[in-house]
Design a binder for this molecule. Structure first.
Ligand SMILES: [Zn+2]
Length: 150
């Protein structure tokens, strides 16, 4: 259903090999769990709890998925599992919004996703506006939906 390809401008990306209907489970993020103080610089790490990271050595599909401020994939159930948020055409690139999986203060990423909703600078969940958090709440990881981050 999905494949990794090299993009023109942002390194690797994940693309739909065939048309994917809205609501389809796209990928369950893989790896092992570790607390912040056990992280290794060589690992890919995705935050899944206040002090919990899903780690891997860089060979999982989910690590190649790029960010968009208007994503076609999201954490609909609150778990680290991406679902199609709309119908996706064959050949489309898959994106999730990185702010929906990050609570690390001070983290930022310059964005040129081209969406009318582009925030220009992608920040961690706690540094989004109230409006942005409300909009992204249905596709954010469970630990971010907790009022402590809102
Ligand atoms: Zn953007």
């Amino acid at each position: 259903m999905l494949e990794i390809r090299l993009t023109a401008n942002i390194g690797r990306g994940v693309f739909a090999k065939s048309a994917i209907p809205c609501g389809t489970l796209l990928v369950a993020c893989e790896g092992w769990l570790a607390p912040s103080n056990a992280l290794d610089d060589d690992w890919y790490a995705m935050q899944v709890g206040p002090d919990l990271w899903l780690c891997s050595s860089g060979d999982c599909l989910d690590e190649c998925i790029n960010h968009s401020c208007d994503p076609n994939a999201g954490f609909v159930t609150g778990e680290a599992v991406l679902y199609a948020l709309r119908d996706i055409a064959a050949g489309d690139q898959i994106f999730w919004d990185y702010s929906t999986s990050l609570a690390e203060a001070g983290w930022s990423l310059e964005c040129r996703c081209g969406s009318p909703r582009c925030r220009r600078v992608v920040r961690s969940w706690g540094e989004l506006s109230v409006e942005e958090r409300a909009r992204l709440h249905p596709i954010a990881l469970t630990f971010l939906r907790d009022p402590v981050y809102v």
